[in-house]
Design a protein around this ligand. Sequence first.
Ligand SMILES: Nc1ncnc2c1ncn2[C@@H]1O[C@H](COP(=O)(O)OP(=O)(O)O)[C@@H](O)[C@H]1O
Ligand SMILES: O=P(O)(O)OC[C@H](O)CO
Length: 523
Amino acid sequence: MIFDSYANVVASHQMEFKQYYPRSSWHEHDADQIMESCDACIEKACAELEEQGWTKESVKVIGITNQRETTVLWSRKTGKPVSHAIVWDDTRVMGLVTKYENHARERGVPYEGKVHKGEDALKALRKLTGLPLSTYFSALKIRWMIDAWADPDEEKVASKWANVKKAYDADDLCFGTVESWIVYRLTGGAQGGVHVSDVTNASRTLLLNLRSLKWDPVLLEFFDLKENILPRLVSSSEVYGKIKYGALKGVEIAGLAGDQQAALVGNKCLRQGEAKCTYGTGAFLLFCTGEEIVESNAGLLSTVAYQNGPNSKPVYCLEGSIGVAGSGIHWLRDSMHLVPTAPHVNILAAEVADTGGVYFVTAMGGLFAPYWDSSATGMIIGISTATKPAHVVRAMLEANAFMTRAVAESMKVDSGVDLPQMKVDGGMTNGDMVMQVVADLAGCEIVRPEMRESTALGSALLAGSAVRLFGWDIARPETLHEVNTAGSAIFKPQTTKEYRDKKWAGWQRAVERSRGWVREDDE
Ligand SMILES: Nc1ncnc2c1ncn2[C@@H]1O[C@H](COP(=O)(O)OP(=O)(O)O)[C@@H](O)[C@H]1O
Ligand SMILES: O=P(O)(O)OC[C@H](O)CO
């Protein structure tokens, strides 16, 4: 996406790339294909720019934003991926989560001069990283990738991962989340590419100390990982290097942020108390807590919102990560064939006034925030002979609203702040019905900007701010007042509190039923 000084989109190009699902609950990417799609998007967006009478030299600076946690491993020598990347919502490391929880409880975790054991060890890990041990974050994915070659249960796939171990033993392995991989490749790859990761992405690995913003030796020892695989840590807004090839050769890359943090910046939620929710594949509600780290007692993550330059203090946020949002709609479309296209869910759901008592707990990869239960599975309950596809589709949309309410209630517990209004963006917010259902059941006003590419815009603002393009300065939000001000749509709750609370009670009962379904002896 190429933006002008008002954050109007001047030119853009987007492509899908292949998703690999080699087994149930496994999800992989080919990092080379990610790069090919980036390269093609750069060329095509620049061509569109030129068609509109601009030169490609008008592009002054580049920001990159990315799907977080997805774990890419490549060879320092060749610059090539040594395996497929494992995607954030892949839950193959579920067994490792239990193993490392026990490991922490038994061996203990050093924190503030004392070794904590038992449940305190898990709390210590959480204090260090802001995160729970979960299938979601990168560290256990890296561990799995290094060890997969030797796992007898993985015989059929082991050969695919053998190069990871070889490269690791030969000190040739580089780890990066997706922004790290893209920067590395754009700046030259094996020919001098920079191996960096910004602190927003690094804060999702379980390897970063949330306070010092450094890779933490305690965590590296805990996961038994060598530091030489890790990227150099950088802020979210500074010049990292120049693009070495293609239409934008020579342009500086100066902004890096994980997609959810970038969307927070793109929505200009830069100050304590401001919040947004992005409904894409998953849904992510982020609440800016300023320079203070708020430790959650209610199942939220404490994470880095952005760091505005290498010498700036980091800004933190509380995050409620919801694992399934748009991916649920894709499931209705591709696996259940209930709708021909994603937007069609709005039409089908509008055919019925309610779900006819159906609840859909969208725990297809376990439950994320605020429940954090990997033993929960997807569940549709309340079915009767009167149940139609439209009820199930509507119940899926309602699940987004209930999950949003669950996260918003946790935010209130942690921060003391109610969320009467929430800014939203992401592909799912294109659906008016989806948004109205969220407003009706979560009970808050939804504000949807006309320009909904806040994720891309956030990384552009971080990059522009680093070189003071158009006078933008993230530290001075008033310099962004002309950015993305075109009209917003507002969705107000059209339900009574009594109705919302009744539905909420039903949701809570449904969630309880879905929990604990997977047992250790299950396949
Ligand atoms: N009109 C719509 N109504 C409901 N959902 C939609 C609509 N358009 C797209 N989506 C959903 O939005 C998701 C894509 O959102 P996007 O922000 O592009 O996701 P991501 O950044 O995670 O790839 C898809 O999963 C799709 O199901
Ligand atoms: O919705 P996705 O798949 O683009 O990714 C969202 C997040 O980065 C995962 O944490």
